[in-house]
Design a protein around this ligand. Structure first.
Ligand code: ZN
Length: 380
């Protein structure tokens, strides 16, 4: 599984936390059900917002990126989000990115515009199966980092593969010109860099003759278009394959009535909550009280609900003996298997805890404690 990671310029807010928590549940579920999981996550450390922030604060972009990645990792660790097998930054993956762009140029799938290079998406009929109307796609592309109205593009949606760096930005040497990569190619390159292409033919067929490169690509629902669409388009151009068998998207977290975002200034940071004394496990539970795919609202009441459930859990698991919980375990597994239905799983857990607080005691709670830790990441 490949999860699109952060641009490290601002500490982890609850929207990030909810996304990485969702894929942590996928990771835990797949691993516990006996599958061997290879989990890759990237860090977009070559990106405009990072350079702008570094310039504003008078620090090196690479230093800002490293500091923010450290903070992200410590936030994830506090929330008990298990680390991926590979956590690779774009700057580290530059040789793979350059070689993919080279490969696309050699296959005739690209065109230059000034010193920049674009994928010629129409050449492969790439916009035939857009998930929305062309007008909507162009508008969304413009709102999410694309450049549909740039003069000279063959098609408004053609993704930028390589661009000349502006003054003060880092730049890498390549035979096709020095510069830096466009956004989407990084995920193709990092995923493919960790996979042996010879192994790909062993995959199953996913409709038609094309097969996929990876099993699952995940991220927030704002990556559905254009980012995941473009990585899929580029994988077809590079390998004549689908990029992912499954695309999985986590919903957005709102606060005070609007999606949590930098531009609106309504971010709630994990590190600020924990510094103010909030237990990270209460944050984890509060986020799991909603379904991962739904857009949902963060509030003090939601956090209080998470804290109450955590307190009840601590009181019960701290006992010498508790009521039998085998049925509870089976029900929670069934809920998580059912598209990560954490609201239902936590509601069943809560009913059990109510019962346990004044019910018959029969067995040691150790196995329940280890189960909740392993599958749901709830360590009390
Ligand atoms: Zn990505």
């Amino acid at each position: 599984m490949y999860v699109c990671g952060i641009t490290p310029y601002d500490a982890t807010h609850l929207g990030h936390a909810a996304t990485y928590l969702s894929f942590d549940l996928v990771h835990r579920f797949l691993s516990l059900s006996g599958r061997s999981v290879r989990f890759i996550e990237n860090v977009t450390d070559i990106d405009d917002p990072l350079f702008e922030r570094a310039n504003r604060d008078g620090v090196e972009w690479s230093q800002l990126g490293e500091e923010q990645v450290d903070l992200f990792r410590s936030d994830m660790s506090a929330l008990r989000v298990l680390p991926p097998n590979s956590f690779e930054s774009v700057s580290e993956a530059m040789p793979q990115i350059i070689s993919l762009v080279q490969r696309l140029i050699e296959s005739g799938m690209t065109y230059p515009l000034g010193s920049d290079i674009y994928l010629d998406g129409s050449k492969m009929d790439g916009y035939r199966d857009l998930p929305m109307s062309m007008d909507e796609a162009i508008e969304l592309f413009a709102n999410r980092g694309g450049d549909p109205s740039r003069v000279g593009k063959r098609h408004p949606l053609d993704p930028l593969l390589w661009r000349e760096s502006s003054a003060g930005e880092p730049s890498w040497q390549a035979s096709f010109g020095s510069g830096r990569p466009g956004w989407h190619i990084e995920c193709n390159a990092i995923a493919m860099g960790l996979i042996d292409e010879k192994d790909l033919d062993d995959g199953e067929v996913s409709g038609g003759s094309r097969k996929w490169v990876i099993d699952l690509q995940g991220g927030g629902s704002d990556l559905f278009f254009p980012h995941h669409f473009m990585t899929a388009l580029q994988a077809r151009a590079i390998l004549n394959r689908e990029f992912a068998q499954h695309f999985v998207h986590a919903g957005m977290i709102g606060y005070q009535g609007a999606k949590m975002s930098k531009s609106l200034g309504n971010l709630v940071f994990v590190s600020r909550l924990t510094a103010s004394g909030v237990d990270p496990m209460a944050i984890r539970i509060a986020l799991m009280l909603g379904h991962y795919r739904s857009d949902r609202e963060w509030s003090d009441q939601l956090l209080a609900q998470g804290e109450e459930l955590l307190n009840r859990l601590r009181r019960v698991l701290g006992r010498q003996a508790v009521p039998d919980y085998q049925d509870l375990i089976n029900e929670i597994i069934a809920d998580i298997a059912n598209d990560l239905d954490t609201p239902s799983a936590l509601s069943k857990l809560d009913s059990y805890l109510e019962k346990a607080l004044d019910g018959d005691e029969s067995i040691n709670p150790g196995s329940l404690s280890r189960f909740l830790d392993a599958l749901l990441g709830l360590a009390v």
